[in-house]
Design a protein around this ligand. Structure first.
Ligand code: KG4
Ligand code: ZN
Length: 346
């Protein structure tokens, strides 16, 4: 019998403020998944401080990788490939993961694979259910807001992106103006649940048929609303303001995603990125796609929405199967573009 050998990929992620490692079997099954968050260290600065992030990654990376192996009861001899986030992200942070991956790849003679952070976020969905193509991913994170069309595994066509702020960035900036601590997204989400969307705020639809996004106008409108109220000595309910802001964001995201899903005739819609943890967005997308019996909506559980290394191992597994290999010239690439695996000549 010609039984296929199981494939084990070690994933490493250090692009922002989480030091993470994970071992994934056959691109779909999490064997172990360790995430060391630095949020507490950045909170008092109101955002991620790159220098501090790098320092934490250096301190944590070896421990996190060791713990991943310990939890999996495995050794490097069991690993077929090492997948690491190559970009985009903070250069100093990326470099820690990339150098760890290169050193381990060299020392243990294991193939090295560079993974785009957003490909990782999208592939978090495959840890839940097998992907069916064509698919459309709505990527909403701290640095990205994108609609990505996928005709097959490892194929990415960005059909829409933000022209200014990313959705998560808008959440964090609005939260900061409201005096909430970093990261503001989850806090606005909680407040919104208790409020009523009764404050009129703009929605940037952009030109007819566009799949691009823009959140800076909405962000400024919220800031103006707060300043005007303060000048008049009025108090605005943080719950209602959060609900109104969140409704504006979700309205545009859900409407454009549903329109693109129909136009491109996709079988699956994949939600991805940190903002995918937003309960309002999850509920609104679910409600929308419940009406489309021919489109399957996948939403990863919360722990796979924010940064983790299981998603990097999942995307890395597809790259590995497609024959993509990194070299020891690999570097952290803060502005790395999301391109299809087929166009990668490594
Ligand atoms: O994907 P991620 O962990 O990091 C990047 O790759 O950027 O996303 C972080 C972003 C932050 O802006 C954070 O405020 C936002 O995701 N976020 C949320 C929620 N949880 C995290 N935004 C809205 N609602 C949430 N529940
Ligand atoms: Zn991310």
């Amino acid at each position: 019998m010609n039984e296929q050998k199981d494939l084990y990929v070690l994933g490493i992620e250090t692009s922002c403020d989480e030091t993470a490692a994970s071992i994934v079997k056959n691109g779909r099954e999490i064997v172990s998944n360790v995430v060391a968050s630095q949020i507490e260290s950045h909170k008092r600065f109101g955002g991620v401080v790159p220098e501090i992030a790098s320092r934490h990654h250096v301190e944590q990376i070896t421990l996190v990788i060791e713990e991943t192996f310990h939890k999996a009861s495995m050794t490097f001899a069991d690993i077929d490939a090492i997948a690491v986030t190559e970009g985009p992200g903070l250069v100093g942070a990326l470099l820690i993961g990339v150098n760890a991956a290169k050193a381990l790849s060299f020392a243990h003679n294991i193939p090295l694979i560079g993974v785009h952070h957003i490909a990782g976020h999208i592939y978090a969905n495959r840890l839940i259910e097998e992907l069916v193509f064509p698919a459309l991913a709505l990527v909403v994170s701290g640095g990205h807001t994108e609609l990505v069309y996928m005709k097959e595994h490892g194929s990415f066509e960005v059909i829409g992106e933000t022209l200014d702020d990313a959705a998560g960035e808008a959440y964090d900036k609005v939260a900061r103006t409201m005096g909430l601590s970093y990261p503001g997204g989850p806090q606005i989400d909680k407040l919104a649940e208790k409020g009523t969307a009764n404050i009129p705020l703009p929605r940037a639809w952009l030109e007819e048929g566009s799949y691009h996004f823009s959140f800076s106008g909405l962000k400024s409108a919220v800031i103006n609303t707060l300043h005007n109220a303060a000048q008049k000595g009025q108090v605005i309910s943080p719950e209602d303001l959060s609900a109104s802001f969140q409704e504006s964001v979700i309205d545009v995201l859900v409407t454009k995603t549903a329109r693109a899903a129909k136009e491109y005739g996709v079988k699956q819609v994949l939600l991805a990125g940190g903002v995918a943890a937003n309960r309002g967005l999850r509920a609104a997308l679910q409600e929308e796609f419940d009406q489309h019996s021919d489109i399957d909506l996948l939403i990863p559980p919360l722990y796979l929405c924010t940064d983790n290394a299981a998603m990097i191992a999942a995307a890395g597994t597809i790259a590995y199967e497609k024959g993509i290999r990194g070299t020891y010239y690999m570097n952290g690439q803060p502005g790395l573009e999301l391109i299809s695996f087929e166009s990668l000549t490594r």
